[in-house]
Design a protein around this ligand. Structure first.
Ligand code: MG
Length: 161
């Protein structure tokens, strides 16, 4: 008997001039970075919400509220490790993950493999189980105007026995 659960996640953060740009734990050289209470790693945030959503465990705001000073500047990969622990404790494992980053600039393709490896290491899974695509928004909307970067994630969890 195999049980499956699917979850999706979405996040967007504002681009500002005085912050680093961190996506999937990779710091990317760019004149703008993402604003937020934590390190504002929008990809990792969307992914955490997909994982939590698959098990109906709520969202990252519940576990790591911006009102709590201990999450200020937090490394989102550390938060992801905690989310992964919640999944493992309940007897589930990740079947695969798929993600889309929506960013007009900079070009993300050279950084995708490093993002996969960072996320895979934290989740203790094979990097090949993680899809990450980057797309522009054809200069439309807030991401297209480079006001922010957004990410979408889907997680499929499996439980055997
Ligand atoms: Mg966020």
């Amino acid at each position: 008997m195999i049980a499956l659960r699917i979850g999706n996640g979405y996040d967007i953060h504002r681009l500002v001039g005085d912050r680093p740009l961190i996506l999937g734990g990779v710091t990317i050289a760019h004149h703008l970075g993402l604003d937020g209470h934590s390190d504002a790693d929008v990809l990792t945030h969307a992914l955490m919400d997909a994982l939590l959503g698959a098990l109906s465990l709520g969202d990252i705001g519940h576990y790591f509220p911006p009102s709590d000073a201990q999450w200020r500047g937090a490394d989102s990969l550390k938060l992801l490790a905690q989310v992964n622990q919640l999944i493992i404790e309940r007897g589930w494992r990740i079947n695969n993950l798929d993600n889309v980053i929506v960013a007009e600039q900079p070009k993300l393709k050279p950084h995708i493999q490093a993002m996969k490896e960072n996320l895979a290491k934290v989740l203790a899974i094979d990097p090949d189980l993680i899809g990450i695509k980057a797309t522009t928004n054809e200069r439309l909307g807030p991401t297209g105007r480079e006001e922010g970067i957004a990410a979408y994630s889907v997680a499929l969890l499996v439980k055997e026995g």
